[in-house]
Design a protein around this ligand. Sequence first.
Ligand code: SF4
Length: 396
Amino acid sequence: MKNVWQQPLSETYRRLSDDALRSRIRAARAALGSSLVILGHHYQQDDVVEFADFAGDSFELSRRAAAQKNIRYVVFCGVHFMAESADILTPPDVQVILPDLGAGCSMADMANMDQAVECWEQIQQLCPHSTLVPITYINSSAAVKSFVGEHGGAVCTSSNCRQVLQWALAGGAASTTAPCNDSQGNADPPAPPAVNPDIKVLFLPDQHLGRNTAYDMGFPLDSMVVWDPTLDLGGNTAEALARSKFILWKGHCSVHQLFRPEHIEQVRQRYPNMKVIVHPECRWEVVRQADLSGSTSMIVRTIDAAPPGSQWAVGTEVHLVNRLARQHPEQKIIVLSDCQCLCTTMFRIDLPHLCWVLEELVKGNVVNRIQVDDHTRQWATVALERMLSITAGAAR
Ligand code: SF4
């Protein structure tokens, strides 16, 4: 990948009023016509989502980008790893643009390729008779996805993590075993914990999603260790690593980590009829105490389908929660805590940056292109395609 930085935005754009920016964005959008698709992540500010052709979570949006025909440009209003996934999943002649290159993801930045290689080598050396299957959450760099693809593993999302872990525990790419689907396209009921003692899963980069999912599958907490990439053996003893089934990378989402069990207690005292729904990037103690947990899409679907009068305390990014509250005035919807649960990197994408990249495109200049190199693309595609084949037909 090209290592580039965001250049300061011209004062011209900074001085424009929101109304002026909106009108210039509409004009540029019209001039670019069907050559362009604008994608907006659920956690974006409303001003930006207003211009999105599609809104969704990271994986839905990448699939949207891949499904478009005859487009030349994707403007991805999200963060860096999402734009990389869109570049990987779209044809090479489609150019993917991130309006502000400073829009990274703190979780994705917690695991890099060199650290993953070092971890892999240390575990292989310690446990030469184990099969180690690497799985990475889609919230990771293309380089980490590529590492995983090259070493027999797969990508997962928060919607399909369980299915992907079942596949990994059956041996990963070395096995032909994958969950079957019935004639309605429903996945088989969850399998009991795999018993093959020789298989270990290295889960990157979100320890919480890995822990929450493995626990839900019936694995006890003492079958998991945390790998701190700054410490020798990840901060573990050789014995603990040898005993473990899951090696969870020491990464987290700085937004979802802010929710704590006492927030749930406070909500329950104040609103006895309120249900608590949280994202599985929240810590284990929070997910255990919540009424429901699931991906961003699952949270949206659940609230969309809830009857009038329903009450929800939602443990996820504040822009999405506030938007859901506006869309459903017949329900009471609040953020689980009054902490600043804002994805600050996502927040960098704003009207001035969106206006700038679109007007440059109209002039024929592609700025802020996100381009994954061929080797990384090859193996990251393998990891993504394994995920698609594992979950084929199952509801995501
Ligand atoms: S909400 Fe968390 S995981 Fe999602 S982009 Fe922001 S920092 Fe990354």
